[in-house]
Design a protein around this ligand. Structure first.
Ligand code: T46
Length: 133
């Protein structure tokens, strides 16, 4: 599946920790957009879509949440709970995010500005596209 967990270097000392993100270095694309999800209510599932072109990298800055990732052939479940770790998600991966802790702050770096036409929000349509080209 076209996803990857990226481990960032954490610069730690007796004051605490610092992670630096640089486009086309530890972030493998031009960063065109940053958004973050927080204050997520109990039992909420977000996502429920795939992207046609968009590449993104998700980092949980605080707290934790779970991702289910699905390329139409297999499904992977992941817990994100480490701010020094990023989840790289390529296009044509169906994603669902759930089990957000109350304090979860999920930041996402994207390689393109927001475009609703890039979303596939219907799971049957997603399966058709990935399985029949
Ligand atoms: C993704 C997952 C991980 C904007 O106006 N600009 C933006 O950049 C984004 C991302 C969203 N919006 C608006 C569109 C909706 O009215 O914010 C509202 C909530 O967006 P959405 O329902 O798409 O949020 P999620 O959490 O289901 O999905 C988001 C991203 O949209 C998506 O690309 O991969 O996070």
């Amino acid at each position: 599946m076209d996803i990857k967990l990226v481990q960032f270097q954490s610069h730690g000392d007796d004051r605490g920790s610092l992670v630096s993100l640089e486009e086309n270095k530890n972030i493998p694309f031009d960063i065109k957009r940053v958004y973050y999800i927080f204050d997520t209510k109990d039992k909420v599932t977000r996502g429920l879509h795939a992207h046609k072109k968009l590449k993104q990298l998700a980092i949980v800055l605080k707290g934790s949440c779970r991702f289910t990732l699905d390329d139409g052939k297999e499904k992977i479940e992941l817990l994100l709970d480490n701010p020094a770790q990023g989840l790289l998600i390529e296009s044509f991966i169906w994603r669902e995010m759930y089990d957000f802790s109350e304090d979860c702050v999920l930041m996402v770096l994207a390689d393109s500005i927001y475009d609703e036409n890039d979303y596939i929000r219907d799971y049957e349509e997603f399966l058709q596209v990935v399985n029949n080209g």
